[in-house]
Design a binder for this molecule. Structure first.
Ligand code: SF4
Length: 696
C-alpha cells in the first residue's frame, strides 16, 4: 500500500445527528484502522464522545456479513451475488405481477447516506409504489409534520453554533442531549450556561442532561419533572401565564402569524391549577419558567422524542411552535424550535424523499406540478397517492403487503410491540435485507446482502442542523461485500434496464441527479461542500446556506406562522389495576438504537452490557424490589427481564427503560398506537406492571 493511501481520511461520525467530524487512519491491511480526531472539524472542533471514539470498532468486527446468503429450508447458505440478485429481481417482478406494486414495502435508513436513500426511494417509485419510509417515522415524524405545516420546513430552525452563542434561555423539552447529542450539549449548551444562559428542562426523568447543568457557581437551571404524556397541559400553563402577563410579542403576532385567536379561545377556560396537578409539577415553578422564557432577549426551544413519540406528538410540537410564535422567538439567531435528530443522517434521509408522502426536497407526491418536475428528470411516472409509512407497511405484512426491501434497518427491534412485528414478518412471501450484521430482522429474510460499513463508503449526510457534509471512504475490508449504493444501482438496472435510471458510477454521480430534483440542495456540489459542509437551503451554487430560517417570512403558502390552540390528550394507555405503572423509554449514551453496532463495540458494550429499569424507591418498596434485583416488566404485549435500578431520578408511579438490548428490549412492551397524522408510535407511555423475577 502506498504512503498516500495510508493518510487518514476526514469523515463524519456514524452515530448521532450532531454530525461530528472524525478521521479514520487506515493501517497496512484492510480492516486495520483506528480513530483519529479531526482538530478543526466544523461542528465539533476535534471533540468527540465515547461513541465517536469507538466507531471504528465495528468496521472489522468478526460478525460482519461477508457473503450473500439465501434461505433454503429455513437455513441460510452462502450464495453468489449473481444468484442472490437474480432471486431478488425475480421475486420483485413476481410480486408486482401477482399483487401489484403496492404489495412491496421499502425501508430506507437514517444510518445510510443521502445518495443511497435517494436511490432506494427512486427504486420504490420506479417499481410503482410510494410505500417507502425510513426510521425517522419512529423518532420525529410528528415534529416534521408540525414544523412543515406551521412554519414551512421540517427541520431545526436554527443551528447549534448560533444557538450556543446567542440564546439566553434554552427550553429543552423531551430531549436528553447529554445522553443523545453529547457534543452539542457539552460544546454548545453547557458552555452557554457557564457563560450566563439559563436552561429550563422539561422531562419526566432526572437524567444526564439534568446533572450536566449542575455547574458549580451557577444557578441557572430549572427542571420541571412532569408526568409522561402531560406536555400539552404544561405548555398551556406556560402560554396562559404569558397571555395573563402581557408577555406576548404583539407586533410579531400581528405581522407574521395567524391563529392567535384560536389559542386565546383554547386557553380561555383553561384551569392552570388543575393542569399543574395533572402534570404533577408545582404551578409556581411552571409560571417562573414561563417568565424566564418569555422575557428573555433570545430564547430557543429544543425538542426531542419525549415530545414526538406520543399519539398526540403533532400537537405536542405544535404547542412548542405556539410558544415560540407568540413570544416572537423565531427568525433570528439564538431562537427557534429545534428538533434534536437522532441518527447521523435522519435529516438527510427525509430531505432526499425516503418518505411515502414526499419526493426529494419535501415536495408532496400529490402535488401535480412538483411530481411532474421530478418525473421529467427521472423519465418515468410516479404514483400520485402517498404510500404507507413503515409501521403501516409492517402492519399490512401478509395482508396487502407481501414483500419487503430493507436497507440497514431493524424493524423487529425498532418498531413498537416487537413480538407482534416478528410474527408479521413471518407472513411475508419475500424479504431482502442488506446490512453489515445479521440483525434480528435479517433472520426473517429470504436473501441477505452483505453491505459495507460507514467507514468504507463515500457520500453525504445531513446533520441535525441541516448541514450537509461529506463522508470519505477508506479501503473495503471484505472483498465480497458491496456498497448499498452499488447494490441498489445493480438491482435497479436489472429490474428496469440499462436506461432505467440506475446507471450511476459513484455517489457524486447520484448527488448530481439529486441536486436536480431537490431545490434546497440545488446549489451544492461535492466541491462546494468541501470540508465545512453547507446548511440547506442552498438554492444556487454560491449560496452559503442558512444557519437560521425565516428571517423575513415563513415558508408556508402564505408566509405566516400558524398558531393553533391544542388541548390535553392523555396517552392511549393509562395505568389501571392490572397495569398500575407508566412505562416510558429512552436511550443511553453508550448505545445506539437497536444496538446492531453498539452492542458489538467492546468499548461501548462494556459500559452498560445489559438492560435495566429505573424505579422510584417508594414503588420498589411497594413491590418488594431491592436495588439490582432481576425484575420482570410486563405490559399487554409482552414481558422482559431486566435489572432494577432503584433511584429518585424517576417519579413515583413511572418506570424507565431502554430499547437497545435484543431479548430485553423495551419495544417488546411498547404500544403501537399511532399519532393519526404523522403515524409515529407512542413509545413514551404504556401501562405496565413489575415484579421480582423468581429466578433472581
Ligand atoms: Fe458521534 Fe454524536 Fe458523539 Fe459527535 S456527539 S462523536 S456525532 S455520537
Amino acid at each position: 500500500m502506498s504512503e498516500q493511501e495510508q493518510e487518514p481520511v476526514k469523515t463524519i461520525c456514524p452515530y448521532c445527528g450532531v454530525g461530528c467530524g472524525i478521521q479514520v487512519k487506515p493501517g497496512d491491511e484492510p480492516g486495520d484502522m483506528r480513530f483519529m480526531p479531526w482538530g478543526d472539524a466544523p461542528v465539533n472542533e476535534g471533540r468527540i464522545c465515547i461513541k465517536g471514539g469507538a466507531a471504528t470498532e465495528v468496521v472489522d468486527h468478526e460478525d460482519r456479513l461477508t457473503e450473500p446468503l439465501i434461505k433454503e429450508n429455513g437455513e441460510f447458505r452462502e450464495a453468489s451475488w449473481e444468484e442472490a440478485l437474480s432471486r431478488i429481481v425475480d421475486e420483485l417482478e413476481r410480486i408486482r405481477e401477482e399483487h401489484g406494486p403496492d404489495a412491496m414495502g421499502f425501508y430506507g435508513s437514517s444510518k445510510v447516506m443521502n445518495e443511497e436513500n435517494y436511490l432506494l426511494q427512486k427504486l420504490a417509485r420506479r417499481y410503482g409504489t410510494n410505500n417507502v419510509d425510513n426510521c425517522t417515522r419512529m423518532c420525529h415524524a410528528s415534529t416534521v409534520w408540525a414544523l412543515r405545516r406551521s412554519l414551512g420546513a421540517g427541520a431545526m430552525t436554527n443551528s447549534m453554533e448560533d444557538l450556543g452563542a446567542k440564546a439566553d434561555v434554552f427550553w429543552i423539552q423531551g430531549a436528553n442531549p447529554a445522553e443523545q447529542h453529547p457534543i452539542a450539549n457539552s460544546q454548545y449548551f453547557r458552555q452557554a450556561v457557564i457563560d450566563g444562559a439559563t436552561v429550563i428542562q422539561v422531562d419526566p426523568h432526572a437524567n444526564k442532561t439534568t446533572k450536566s447543568f449542575d455547574i458549580e457557581g451557577t444557578d441557572r437551571h430549572m427542571h420541571l419533572q412532569l408526568e409522561p404524556g402531560t406536555d400539552i397541559p404544561l405548555l398551556n400553563v406556560v402560554l396562559k401565564t404569558i397571555l395573563e402577563n402581557d408577555w406576548v410579542d404583539e407586533e410579531f403576532v400581528r405581522q407574521r402569524t395567524k391563529g392567535f385567536g384560536d389559542l386565546e379561545e383554547t386557553l380561555d377556560d383553561f384551569d392552570k391549577e388543575a393542569a399543574a396537578e395533572t402534570c404533577r409539577v408545582p404551578l409556581e415553578d411552571i409560571e417562573e419558567a414561563a417568565e424566564k422564557y418569555a422575557t428573555a432577549e433570545n430564547a430557543a426551544i429544543f425538542t426531542g422524542m419525549g415530545m414526538s413519540q406520543h399519539s398526540c406528538g403533532v400537537d405536542n410540537v405544535q404547542n412548542e411552535i405556539n410558544l415560540a410564535l407568540v413570544t416572537g422567538n423565531l427568525g433570528r439567531p439564538g431562537t427557534g424550535v429545534n428538533p434534536l435528530r437522532g441518527q447521523n443522517n435522519v435529516q438527510g434521509t427525509c430531505d432526499v424523499g425516503a418518505m411515502p408522502n414526499v419526493l426529494p426536497g419535501y415536495q408532496n407526491v400529490d402535488d401535480d406540478a412538483a411530481r411532474s418536475a421530478v418525473e421529467e428528470v427521472w423519465g418515468f411516472d410516479v404514483p400520485p397517492e402517498p404510500g404507507l409509512t413503515n409501521v403501516e407497511i409492517s402492519m399490512e405484512a401478509g395482508e396487502s403487503v407481501h414483500g419487503l426491501y430493507v436497507m440497514g434497518e431493524n424493524p423487529v427491534m425498532s418498531e413498537p410491540d416487537a413480538n407482534e412485528v416478528a410474527e408479521r414478518l413471518e407472513r411475508l412471501e419475500f424479504m431482502v435485507v442488506q446490512d453489515i450484521f445479521m440483525t434480528e430482522t435479517a433472520t426473517f429474510a429470504d436473501v441477505i446482502l452483505p453491505a459495507t460499513t460507514w467507514a468504507e463508503r463515500g457520500g453525504t449526510v445531513t446533520n441535525t442542523d441541516r448541514r450537509v457534509q461529506r463522508m470519505r471512504p477508506v479501503e473495503k475490508v471484505h472483498e465480497n461485500t458491496r456498497h448499498d449504493l452499488d447494490i441498489l444501482a445493480e438491482v435497479g438496472t436489472r429490474l428496469f434496464g440499462e436506461d432505467g435510471g440506475f446507471d450511476f458510477s459513484d455517489p457524486e454521480d447520484v448527488f448530481e441527479e439529486l441536486r436536480q430534483v431537490c431545490p434546497s440542495y440545488h446549489g451544492m456540489t461535492y466541491d462546494l461542500l468541501g470540508e465545512e459542509g453547507i446548511h440547506w437551503p442552498c438554492y444556487e451554487p454560491g449560496d452559503e446556506g442558512d444557519p437560521f430560517l425565516y428571517e423575513d417570512e415563513f415558508t408556508t403558502s402564505d408566509g405566516l406562522g400558524y398558531v393553533e390552540g391544542v388541548r390535553h390528550q392523555p396517552p392511549a394507555e393509562v395505568p389501571d389495576e392490572e397495569y398500575p405503572l407508566i412505562l416510558t423509554t429512552a436511550r443511553l449514551i453508550e448505545h445506539y438504537n437497536t444496538g446492531t453496532m453498539s452492542r458489538r463495540s467492546p468499548t461501548l458494550n462494556r459500559q452498560t452490557p445489559e438492560n435495566f429499569v429505573d424505579i422510584h424507591p417508594n414503588d420498589a418498596e411497594r413491590y418488594g424490589i431491592e436495588d439490582e434485583d432481576d425484575v420482570i416488566i410486563k405490559s399487554r404485549r409482552g414481558e422482559i427481564t431486566v435489572v432494577a435500578n432503584v433511584t429518585e431520578d424517576i417519579k413515583e408511579g413511572v418506570i424507565w427503560t431502554t430499547p437497545h438490548f435484543a431479548a430485553a428490549s423495551a419495544n417488546r412492551l411498547t404500544n403501537d398506537v399511532l399519532d393519526e397524522r404523522a403515524k409515529i408510535p407512542e413509545y413514551k407511555a404504556a401501562a405496565a406492571e413489575i415484579e421480582v423475577s423468581v429466578e433472581s
